[in-house]
Write a protein that binds this ligand. Structure first.
Ligand code: NAD
Length: 311
């Protein structure tokens, strides 16, 4: 691949996604505020840069994978951000894979389209940004099997599909700017609520004398079956290889779920939409974080809210 790809945000997800791009043959340049994260790349001969601005100077495409909207704004519009340089840019495409609110994705899309390109690329005189959050977690990031939900200009999505497929196995085009971010927060609110529902069902079942193993068999062959019951069961010992069976370590941190629920409730409020279950789920996950369990997998709600055995 001759395209120069910049990658910013080398955390749990980003480091693995960048590795898959390198494996696929892209020329990758990386940046992170965390020096030790960068060192893991420089030691292998991968070019590292001191700021997002410097990454933009050497890249045709820049991908960002950062924790929150504030970090994304900092990386794009901060003093040493990607959009500096008198707004004449080398990258024709920006891809933000962070989970952030759709309103911020839409504002960024406007900021990017107000810039111009040093050289016309893909028949374009202005750069484009796609919001492309992912589903799948660290294991899928590692194995290159993420699902990308993509919002923004469809032509840009089609032109960059092979880039997505180097890091994932599914890509779904969701419509205009911000729609990828909207899809992601809706997915995660439904996941949080289903995890709470399954946990509550198992806990009541146990209190009424039915074991979680038996109830899992019932759920999984009945109408309550869902990802939280058949793939990611929250009750310790029911399934092997899931966080609940290893003290809720690894997986998807409760603090990230609390963040995503907050994005959903804030976005809902902005459009005057009522979402009682999301509000309740947000409160439960916030409480979990306040009790010091923010880094445990989100399925630990079962232990802390339902099993009666708070450890
Ligand atoms: P992480 O905290 O492990 O990594 C984020 C990285 O960004 C860190 O290395 C940090 O140093 C860097 N960073 C933060 N601010 C920066 C800045 N201003 N400039 C440069 N670097 C900066 O987070 P993660 O688990 O990799 O998640 C990233 C995003 O992906 C989040 O939005 C998260 O919600 C989403 N996500 C995570 C998972 C998961 O299972 N971990 C799954 C799907 C989506």
């Amino acid at each position: 691949q001759s395209q120069q790809v910049g990658f910013i945000g080398l955390g749990n997800m980003g480091s693995r996604m960048a590795n898959n791009l390198i494996k696929a043959g892209y020329e990758v340049t990386v940046h992170d505020l965390n020096r030790s994260a960068m060192k893991l790349f420089s030691e292998r001969g991968i070019l590292t840069k001191e700021s997002p601005f410097e990454v933009a100077e050497t890249s045709d495409v820049v991908i960002t994978m950062l924790p929150s909207s504030a970090n994304v704004l900092d990386v794009y519009t901060g003093p040493n951000g990607l959009l500096r340089s008198g707004n004449v840019l080398r990258p024709w495409l920006f891809v933000d894979s962070s989970t952030i609110d759709p309103q911020t994705s839409r504002r960024l899309s406007v900021a990017v389209s107000n810039c111009s390109l040093k050289e016309k690329k893909h028949n374009r005189e202005t750069p484009v940004i796609l919001d492309a959050p992912v589903s799948g977690g660290v294991l899928a990031a590692e194995s290159g099997t993420l699902t990308f939900m993509v919002g923004g200009l469809e032509e840009a999505y089609l032109a960059s599909k092979s880039l997505f497929l180097s890091m994932g196995k599914n890509t779904i085009y969701c419509g205009g700017a911000g729609n990828g971010s909207a899809a992601k927060i809706c997915n995660n609110l439904a996941l949080a609520v289903s995890m709470l529902g399954v946990s509550e069902g198992f806990a009541l079942g146990q209190s009424l004398g039915i074991s979680a193993t038996t109830l899992t068999k019932i759920f999984n062959s009945s109408s309550a079956r869902c990802w939280s019951s058949d793939t990611y069961n929250p009750v310790p010992g029911v399934m092997e290889g899931v966080p609940s069976s290893r003290n809720y370590d690894g997986g998807f941190a409760s603090k990230l779920m609390a963040k995503d629920l907050n994005l959903a409730t804030t976005s809902a409020e902005e459009v005057g939409f009522k979402c009682p279950l999301t509000l309740q789920a947000e409160q439960i996950f916030m409480e979990l974080c306040n009790q010091g369990h923010g880094t445990k997998d989100f399925s630990c709600v079962f232990r802390h809210f339902y099993s009666g055995k708070d450890e």
